[in-house]
Design a protein around this ligand. Structure first.
Ligand code: ZN
Length: 382
């Protein structure tokens, strides 16, 4: 139908923003899979329309609980690709639904909604597997969990008329869309969907390699509550509430140079048994650094890499505890949605999660195959 027109609009915007990557317009913007800032027009650019057919995921047996509303650009545009693929599209959507159904149970104490949009799937050889994130306000400076958290925990949308979070898949890879065991060369779509939506829930870093905010551009700036809990290996907090939210560390800290980076949220630490090590490689990996648990944390959903054949469809206990640290009501009585007074803050960008690492070609290929997702580093769990 209007597929060609939509496609042209997206391409034009991408090209424009290549030249001015940090332009923030009046509309929400996000970083696309190419790393370019894209203005989000919910009707023209993505075809997102909550009135269109969408997938709804609710609690399997409670009348309350979180509701996920999911829309697919592939389907809206009838592309025949990705989630609209005639052969695999239905199964792929079903695995997303499985991942969300699990999250609904994990977040049993909440009763709000989250609108998750899947922008047009891409086909990029050597790119990462998928990206995910939430929309964040550009200000005022402070710590935020993003629009998905806001909608789930208060019942009120931070940016009315827009999705709260988004996930983009790169279907250049061989995905497994079943519920059993993926083949040795297949990436488990269910596991990756859970990983990406969890970034949108708030397990995400917004800091740039120089300590400025990837959202508001400065320091102090807009940072995530997840980051509020980060400390270096010498016990120094990397962020403070000074001036709303301030990065107190150094570039060395962000590269793990002061005995590593750790998540210190009390609930997570209690379950993990220690501060949780954070992925902080040197050199910096934009979109991956700081936004994941360290690769030494085996069996977790939110590590930076997933290998072909790997299945990680449930959190470790400390990961659920980390969501509690962010403010989610885990396994408790649902609380009624609380309207937020006042209008929404100024819309802005979302974090660019899971951008491919750069480096020597050999490493790039390794990352491309095993990594991607952010990719996983070739570590076969079993
Ligand atoms: Zn990730």
């Amino acid at each position: 139908m209007n597929f060609k027109r939509y496609y042209a609009a997206i391409a034009a915007i991408v090209c424009v923003f290549v030249l001015c990557p940090v332009v923030l317009g009046a509309e929400p913007v996000y970083k696309d899979i190419h790393g370019n800032w894209v203005t989000f027009d919910h009707e023209v650019n993505w075809g997102y329309d909550p009135e269109r057919p969408h997938m709804v995921v609710r609690h399997p047996y409670l009348d309350t609980g979180v509701t996920f509303s999911v829309t697919y650009q592939d389907v809206a545009d009838v592309t025949g690709f990705g989630f609209d693929c005639p052969a695999e599209g239905a199964a792929r959507q079903a695995r997303v639904q499985d991942a969300l159904a699990y999250l609904v149970v994990v977040l049993e104490g909440e009763s709000g909604q989250a609108d998750i949009h899947f922008p047009a799937s891409v086909d990029i050889p050597g790119g990462y597997l998928a990206t995910g994130g939430a929309l964040y306000p550009s200000g005022p400076n402070g710590f935020y969990n993003g629009a998905v958290f806001a909608h789930i925990t208060t019942g009120t949308k931070m940016f009315p008329g827009n999705p709260d979070g988004f996930v983009t898949f790169n279907f250049n890879y061989n995905y497994y869309a079943g519920t059993g065991t993926p083949g040795g060369s297949q990436f488990d779509l269910w596991s990756i969907a859970l990983h990406e939506v969890t970034h949108a829930l708030g397990i995400a870093s917004l800091v740039n390699s120089d300590g400025t905010s990837g959202i508001s551009g400065g320091n102090p700036g807009v940072f995530s509550w997840y980051e509020y809990y980060l400390a270096n290996g010498n016990g120094m907090d990397l962020f403070s509430t000074a001036n709303g939210a301030t990065f107190m560390g150094t570039t060395t800290d962000l590269l793990g140079g002061n005995n590593g980076v750790f998540f210190t949220g009390a609930e997570a630490v209690s379950e993990f048994g220690a501060n949780v090590p954070i992925y902080a490689p040197n050199p910096w990996q934009q979109g991956s650094s700081i936004s994941h648990w360290d690769t030494s944390v085996t069996g977790a959903v939110m590590v930076p890499f997933i290998g072909p054949g790997d299945v990680v469809r449930e959190f470790l206990d400390f990961e659920i505890a980390a969501l509690a640290d962010l403010g989610y009501d885990i396994e408790s009585e649902p609380d009624p949605p609380t309207p937020t007074p006042g209008g929404p803050p100024t819309p802005t960008p979302t974090p660019s999660i899971d951008v491919p690492a750069t480096g020597p070609l050999g490493i790039g290929i390794l990352i491309g195959m095993i990594t991607l997702l952010m990719g996983f580093a070739g570590k076969k769990r079993k």
